[in-house]
Design a protein around this ligand. Structure first.
Ligand code: NAD
Ligand code: IPM
Ligand code: MN
Length: 347
């Protein structure tokens, strides 16, 4: 576990308590090790992700939990990129799996659209696109300054995320997969469209629909029920998953998983370090707790994952929430409420 910065420290603290309780009751055999990577260590030592850490993660760990990284004292976000993007790229975690579904009808911000209508999962490409850091600045700080950021899309990278989306859709009884790209303006995105059509042909039972990303964003708000699975680029996926979080009740409830079936997975909330809330006990721990539930499920602990989700669902249903969900509880009190319901669950 890497608690990281800001509210990351507070929300991971609640997950530790929940995992301890599950360990005690269900004897999962999980052991947790904490790493102090984040702004504090970076400011002291200049190191974000220590050398050799990727190998350690690969060989010694079955999963990584991250709270959040980002701190106003590091304005260029250098440490966060080193840690988070370092792990995503270094471990080749090409699937950023981000489900969007409200835990209760009242959490949806849309009129007459609730848990029935909003239930979609975004497959965000997670290792290339404009995040490849190809480019740079020239004549910085002068009137002639030039800044270049290039997008990388490889056939291998595009094909594997599209295939992952279809595979998951097919294994989970979904009927439709949508692609979001900008091939009408960015010629290179034609690779996405062509690959999408080719992979879709292998899944005749699944309807494949193509959208330009701007129209897709609109449709997600006006007709979210259109979507079951969305596959898209790294940057578009970053933006769409905050929108998806908004449809689910906000960043306080949106979980995610960074996956590659052959590597060590990383679980984290969609939200960041929320400097405006940090240290005040106001952060919602639910997104982090649901990210840990995704971890438990993928570690083969389906019963533990089910219990966590059910306990979270109950706290939300009963209004035992932080302010972002209309409640009055602190981060710690929401953790207590979830723990209480976990203990109440039939053994
Ligand atoms: P943010 O997600 O931290 O915050 C956006 C808004 O959502 C804020 O109003 C915040 O108060 C609210 N919010 C976030 N988490 C919440 C929670 N758990 N409960 C209730 N409300 C919550 O995004 P930002 O402000 O754009 O970024 C802050 C820092 O976090 C930046 O340094 C950014 O780079 C970093 N960041 C990190 C990650 C990550 O580690 N995965 C993700 C996004 C942003
Ligand atoms: C996310 C975040 C990260 C991203 C940032 C902090 C680099 O916004 O996980 O959604 O852009 O992927
Ligand atoms: Mn984001």
């Amino acid at each position: 576990m890497i608690p990281g910065d800001g509210v990351g420290v507070e929300v991971t603290h609640e997950v530790v308590r929940i995992l301890d309780a599950l360990e005690h009751e269900l004897h999962l055999g999980l052991s947790l090790e904490q790493f102090d990577f984040g702004a504090e260590r970076f400011l002291k030592t200049g190191v974000g992700l220590p050398p050799g850490q990727l190998e350690v993660m690969r060989s010694d760990f079955d999963a990584i939990l991250v709270g959040a990284v980002g701190d106003p004292r590091v304005p260029d976000n250098a440490h966060a990129r080193e840690i988070l993007l370092g792990l995503r790229f270094g471990l080749d975690l090409y699937i950023n799996f981000r489900p969007c579904c409200p835990l209760a009808d009242r959490l949806s911000p849309l009129k007459n659209k609730g848990t029935q209508e909003i239930d979609l999962t975004i497959f965000r490409e997670n290792t290339e696109g404009i995040y490849g850091a190809i480019g740079g600045s020239f004549k910085k700080g002068t009137p002639d300054e030039v800044a270049i950021a290039e997008e990388i899309h490889t056939r291998k990278g595009v094909e594997r995320i599209i295939r992952a989306a279809f595979q998951w859709a097919s294994a989970n009884g979904k009927e439709r997969v949508a692609l979001g790209d900008k091939s009408n303006a960015i010629g290179a995105h034609e690779l996405w469209l062509r690959t999408f059509r080719e992979v879709a042909a292998e899944y005749p039972a699944i309807e494949a629909r193509h959208y330009y990303i701007d129209a897709l964003a609109l449709q997600m708000v006006t007709h979210p029920e259109t979507f079951q699975v969305i596959v898209t680029t790294n940057l578009f996926g970053d933006i769409l998953t905050d929108l998806g979080a908004a449809l689910s009740g906000g960043l306080g409830v949106a979980p995610s998983a960074n996956l590659n079936p052959e590597s060590t997975p990383l679980y984290e909330p969609v939200h960041g370090s929320a400097p405006d809330l940090a240290g005040k006990g106001l952060a919602n721990p639910v997104a982090m707790v649901l990210s840990a539930a995704l971890m438990l499920e993928n570690l083969g602990q389906a019963e533990a994952a089910r219990r966590v989700r059910e306990a979270v669902r109950q706290t939300v249903a009963e209004g035992q929430c932080t302010r972002d969900l209309g409640g009055k509880l602190s981060t710690r009190e929401v953790g207590d409420a979830i723990l209480e319901r976990l203990h109440r669950a039939p053994q």
